[in-house]
Design a binder for this molecule. Structure first.
Ligand code: GTP
Ligand code: ZN
Length: 214
């Protein structure tokens, strides 16, 4: 999609998540206290009885969920450590990690995006532990996201971690903002893809997609 064409460049600006330079100047504890306070205010505005047993803990739960769980990937201190190992097995073919669960949130509506990511790379002489592929997907998912940016952020991190251009990422996900509200199309899903280096070659791309049954 061309930014110029849609004429709404604030919606789709750049590969980096738009964060202010002072994004982490405030301690997590204080962030949670403030989110709790403001979320309670939102619930009060909606007329909810905040003395109700089931509701009164919700602002605190939401604050903890935002900072420690679903948006914890905003903070670089939560980035997974990825150790590189020598490719002593001399495995020089494609490695595909498929069906990695994606749980993210749409940055336009703050409702879930969920689906599967499939990532692949061809070793340049180094390998990483398999679970690190899943962890990289998880880290970038735990941000307010658009699927295009999520795809590119994962690909860039894989390139950097694995010291190769030969990486591919496909994400197939469902957006609750499309399914449960707005257009309310519960049958559609969104597929995005990144192909770098050798994956831009037709045969390599085809092999990767064949492993995915695509
Ligand atoms: N490209 C892209 N768009 C997304 C993603 N997630 C949500 N959107 C879309 O972002 C757009 C936001 O557009 P707006 O018109 O400002 O929002 P809205 O009035 O709530 O739009 P409707 O969803 O059509 O009711 C919507 O079309 C969403 O479907 C994403 O990951 N990528
Ligand atoms: Zn949305």
């Amino acid at each position: 999609m061309d930014v110029e064409e849609i004429g709404d460049d604030h919606l789709f600006s750049g590969i980096e998540t738009p964060l202010r330079p002072d994004a982490f100047a405030m301690e997590d504890e204080l962030k949670m206290e403030l989110i709790e306070k403001h979320f309670r205010h939102i619930m009060e505005i909606m007329g909810l009885d905040m003395t109700d047993d089931s509701l009164k803990g919700t602002p605190k739960r939401v604050a903890k969920m935002y900072i420690k769980e679903v948006f914890s990937g905003l903070d670089p201190k939560n980035k997974p450590a990825v150790a590189l190992f020598d490719n002593k097995y001399k495995y020089n073919q494609m490695l595909v990690e498929k069906d990695i669960s994606v749980f993210s949130n749409c940055e336009h509506h703050f409702v879930p995006i969920y689906g599967k990511a499939h990532v692949a790379y061809i070793s340049s002489g180094k390998v990483i532990g398999l679970s690190k592929l899943n962890r990289i997907v998880e880290y970038f998912s735990k941000r307010p996201q658009v699927q295009e940016r999520l795809t590119v952020q994962i690909a860039n991190e894989l390139k950097q971690a694995l010291q190769t251009e030969d990486v591919a990422v496909v994400i197939d996900a469902q957006h609750m903002c499309v399914q449960s509200r707005g257009i309310r199309d519960s049958g559609s899903s969104t597929v995005t893809a990144f192909y770098g280096g050798k994956f831009e070659e037709e045969a390599t791309k085809k092999e990767f997609l064949a492993y995915l049954g695509m």
